[in-house]
Write a protein that binds this ligand. Sequence first.
Ligand SMILES: NC(=O)c1ccc[n+]([C@@H]2O[C@H](COP(=O)([O-])OP(=O)(O)OC[C@H]3O[C@@H](n4cnc5c(N)ncnc54)[C@H](O)[C@@H]3O)[C@@H](O)[C@H]2O)c1
Length: 375
Amino acid sequence: MSIRPVIGVVGLGTMGLGIAQVFAQAGFPVIGTDAHAPARGSARTRLTESLQSRVTAGKLAKDDRDATLSRLTIAQDLAALAPAQLIIEAIVEQLDAKRALFADLEAIVAPDAILATNTSSLPIHAVARGLTRPDRLLALHFFNPPQAMKLVELAPHATTDAEAIAQAKAWTEATGKTVILCPDRPGFIVNRCARPYYGEALALLTEGRSATDIDAAMTAAGYRLGPFALIDLIGADINLAATEGMCAAMANHPRYHPFDGLKAQVASGNLGRKTGHGFTFPAPSASPPPDAKAIALRIEATLINEAHFLLAEGGATSDGIDTAMRLGLNFPRGPFEALALHGKPAILAELARLRVVAPEVLKPRYDPAPLLEAS
Ligand SMILES: NC(=O)c1ccc[n+]([C@@H]2O[C@H](COP(=O)([O-])OP(=O)(O)OC[C@H]3O[C@@H](n4cnc5c(N)ncnc54)[C@H](O)[C@@H]3O)[C@@H](O)[C@H]2O)c1
């Protein structure tokens, strides 16, 4: 097997074209395709523009731009992906569409080719169900934009072959990415462990604190963006959909409660940067309030708790979770590093305090993870 095998990419939208760029820039021959002719037709121009912006910024040599472009082939149909040894799909986020695509691909590619989904929210075992070789399927979850974000979450399902995991990891690492193994659980690591960052900030908002105070407390604690600035960047509608999706996937546990403050923000149409107005956008945070440290402790306590629930489910390490949170969200420290900073007694005391003062329906939000109590 060559060191730089052919990579197939299906779906040449925001993520797929970025993933194609990542591999082509790292020297892999890439064959990309898309079901829609305009996406195929514009792909090379879009990649050229993306590479040109790096050339203009002095981050890429012209020769490398040309070499990268020469490694990308745009194919009219899936049959052209026959030589690919790793095929990554970034098509529409629909289970049936992804399953149908992988079933088609199985009839085209070699039996030992690795099939990877870039899904953000679908269970990997469900995507693999019905395949002839479900053991070759795993998730390679890139972050947006793939060209810039260093993190890739690799999520196998229960029967993914160990050799396929090791091979997909090695090839993706060869592009310069940091690949973190994570379980086939809703939200993988980052999208799940980030929920309390927004949720606890929204709980504080419900209690009458201002979004600017909360953001200022978190930036004073070292976070590049406060929770509301981050929601404004992502879009309140996208954040609400992610929260509701996670809540449904986790049996409506109050740890994932979609707060009314977020729903009202979406209903108001002030979704953040994309609409010109959000929770705090365009006005940046004020100076930190006198109780900034208490606010940061409260939010970090819930981040730490969630990470312990995930760790107990298996398939991830504490180092992996910390790295994923630093790279995926630009957090200054991961939840286990935050635990080391505050100490376990302070975190357990904060969770206990929050449980006492919380409304009845939200009290289970603050139940400590058994692993946190035991560790
Ligand atoms: N956008 C993000 O921030 C982000 C981040 C991580 C993961 N993802 C996931 O990546 C996937 C793609 O997201 P995106 O934002 O790039 O979407 P997008 O809409 O920008 O691109 C999807 C592309 O897939 C094509 N397509 C749709 N159905 C197809 C099919 N059956 N066969 C071939 N091509 C098909 C479309 O024509 C389109 O060009 C989704 O599963 C999404 O959940 C998105």
